[in-house]
Write a protein that binds this ligand. Structure first.
Ligand code: CA
Length: 217
């Protein structure tokens, strides 16, 4: 099933088939995660993973932050694009879910680039110096905390650094006047906040469940 509620299954399959497809290790992590059942929908879409791998390489990113790792698929997509001395700091609160991904990071030969911190991400981020030393960040965790993650990351990001934010269209609910659940309201507020923020440029890409690209000015 496509994560993009606005795409037909046929068009989604076409998009996946005409981008670089997941390799064998990535495919096996997708299958392992699918065994978890409904919760597996928290994994990013394969076409988003392809996009992230490409973007990390194109930007030449060396130091990347991730907020919300789940079973490690997005981390795998980022880490494989980092140089051998690159660094991905993953923030997650679940040892159970992230443990599923670790053997796949090993198999892909990228585990040495990944530093996983099991703690609330706001605490992990607050402990980092505000030294504008990170190239890129990916935010995909609890939606009401998106503004807090954004504010914690921005002073630590290099000028011209990029933040990717997932689920910003929330199955299209952000634009449905009658949708008023807490997550929809939180994402709408976040989207408005970054669109109005003079410190960043923002572009929403309708890939997966919607991903915002933010560039720090
Ligand atoms: Ca997500």
């Amino acid at each position: 099933m496509p994560k993009s509620a606005w795409l037909s299954e046929e068009l989604h399959a076409y998009i996946v088939a005409h981008g670089t497809e997941p390799d064998a290790v990535q495919q096996s992590l997708i299958e392992e995660t699918a065994k978890l059942g409904g919760i597996s929908m928290m994994q990013i879409a394969p076409e988003q993973g392809t996009f992230m791998t490409l973007l990390v390489r194109a930007l030449g990113a060396k130091r990347v932050l991730e907020v919300g790792t789940f079973t490690g698929y997005s981390a795998l997509c980022i880490a494989r694009a980092l140089p051998d001395d690159g660094e991905l700091l993953c923030c997650d609160v679940s040892d159970e879910w992230t443990s599923i991904g670790k053997p796949y990071w090993e198999k892909a030969g990228v585990a040495h680039k990944i530093d996983l911190k099991i703690a609330p991400a706001v605490e992990t981020l607050a402990a980092l110096p505000e030294d504008e030393s990170w190239d890129m960040a990916f935010i995909d965790a609890d939606k009401p905390n998106y503004p807090n993650y954004f504010e914690a990351i921005l002073p630590r990001l290099k000028p011209n650094g990029v933040i990717l934010v997932d689920n910003v269209l929330w199955s299209g609910n952000v634009a449905k006047p009658d949708a008023d659940d807490d997550n929809t309201k939180a994402i709408r507020a976040f989207n408005k906040k970054v669109a109005d923020d003079p410190r960043v440029e923002a572009a929403i890409i309708p890939l997966g469940d919607g991903i915002t690209l933010l560039r720090k000015k």
